[in-house]
Design a protein around this ligand. Sequence first.
Ligand SMILES: [Zn+2]
Length: 280
Amino acid sequence: MAPSTSQRALSIAAVYAHPDDGEFFAAGALARWASEGHRIYAICATNGDLGTKRRDVTREEVARTRADELAAAMRTIGGEPPILLGYADGTLREHASSLRERLVRLYRELALDRIVTFDPWKQYEVHPDHMEIGRAASEAAAFSCFPLHHREHLQGGLEPKQPAEVWFMMPSDRRPNRIVDIEPTFDTKVKSLLCHASQMEMLAPWFVPGADPTRTDPEQRRAIEQGARAFLHHMARGAARWTRKVKLAEAYYALRVGPGHFEDFASTFKKPTRDAEILR
Ligand SMILES: [Zn+2]
């Protein structure tokens, strides 16, 4: 479907740490936006090569498998082929400045309008890659408008383009301010998650208590697939409870981006501070 005449096609990028990150939290919205004619990208920072509990595979094999799985998931969603930055799993903290530079370049090259990523300020987020990718994706959004920031990009003809908004996926500690109705794309979301067969195997006990991930007979696989569907359905019903106007949803906390800051930085100076203690 083409976007309505009042709405131009947007370029939207989900910026992840690992190949399966988006399928749990954002695939419903991404599939919906793709069906509305917007251009959907997935930028995946690590190759996810620690993402297994098996011992009979190498890290290279895990990375190859997971790249194929993400490519299949993006085809299912209707997005562009994934952009893989190829950092080793678990190492984004060590690569913070190069990661940000590469994201700034991609934001400019793809002229992105909207970024979807992890909320790096969520309490008890223990995975360093999730925190680092959320932070780097946000910083790149705030900095990509500055022509003197990585001005070498501009020598190649790029423009200092800035995304309008960053949308943080749930769970976040903030109350969501964007609810996307994913009822029409829920089945696509399930299919896109099932593309990540290696992760289905690893996470099988999440979906079917007591499931043996090494047993891959058809009955067990069916049970795991049904369990994954029920898991996503439960999440989607939970997100819909924020509004009660839709049945299945994904929830986000979105912030508008300005030069070097999020918009709420400026708005904190304008809003009445009724709840604040006034010190004189
Ligand atoms: Zn992850």
